[in-house]
Design a protein around this ligand. Structure first.
Ligand SMILES: [Zn+2]
Length: 252
């Protein structure tokens, strides 16, 4: 709760986002200090990366992204909800498979967040993961070299931490594989099925309902309501599922 309050004050979370973060954090700490440590490391590194070059990122992505800056409850829950479910599962059953599930979900969130924050900061003009055409910075499914390196680093960082916390080889490799699989799924879905909108005023492609120029937008392609939050949720489920399977194959 103290971390959520501090993040609210620093405008990293909205009020609803702070409530959601306090819920996820409480479940994590209840499951054990290792769960809490994992969540805090994810949160601090992601918040820190989002601060780096914040002005440049806001300038580059403002006309494209639906939500910028402070994370709301939906964003917190699609990224951290599966980790909280795993923490609750571990708390209730004591079964170690939940460690792999939680680690995979968090690694997918870290990989995606690090990729986005570093890619929009240091990356050049991204290319679409689908057709390799250049797309504006901040576009879902866009890839840069810097972002891709950060994606792997995010998954590896959580995997390394899981190993250092002595959760075993299975959950560690599970986190690495699940983190990368989740972030790749996020990118591919973002480039293909995710709803993309077009401004009725200036014609720019965007994810916003009302474009930064003030005109309304309409759906240009993709599945209606499959927005960035929904894609993140799917990526989190894939990350935790892959981590579970890999941990099962490797064992402890
Ligand atoms: Zn416009």
């Amino acid at each position: 709760m103290a971390v959520a309050l501090a993040a609210r004050r620093a405008r990293s979370l909205t009020t609803s986002g702070a409530f959601a973060a306090a819920l996820v954090g409480s479940l994590a700490v209840a499951a054990g200090w290792r769960w809490g440590a994992l969540l805090i490391v994810y949160f601090l590194t992601s918040t820190g990366l989002s601060r780096l070059g914040a002005d440049r990122k806001a300038r580059r992505t403002a006309s494209v992204v639906e939500k910028g800056g402070a994370r709301d409850a939906t964003q917190v829950l699609v990224n951290g909800g599966m980790f909280a479910v795993a923490a609750a599962g571990y708390l209730l059953t004591g079964n170690h498979v939940w460690r792999a599930v939680g680690a995979g979900a968090l690694a997918a969130a870290a990989a995606d967040t690090w990729a986005t924050e570093v890619g929009t900061w240091l990356g050049g003009t991204p290319r679409s993961a689908w057709n390799w055409r250049r797309v504006p910075a901040g576009t879902s499914g866009g890839m840069t070299t810097a972002g891709t390196i950060a994606m792997c680093a995010g998954a590896a960082a959580i995997a390394l931490l899981v190993f250092l916390l002595q959760w075993g080889h299975g959950p560690s490799w599970g986190a690495a594989a699940g983190g990368i699989a989740g972030a790749v799924a996020d990118t591919v879905l973002g480039a293909t099925l995710q709803e993309r909108r077009r401004c009725m005023g200036c014609g720019d492609y965007t994810e916003r309902i009302v474009h930064s120029c003030g005109s309304r937008t309409r759906r240009a392609r993709g599945i209606p309501a499959l927005n960035n939050d929904m894609v993140n949720l799917v990526a989190s489920l894939i990350g935790s599922g892959i981590a579970y399977k890999v941990a099962e194959l490797i064992g402890t």
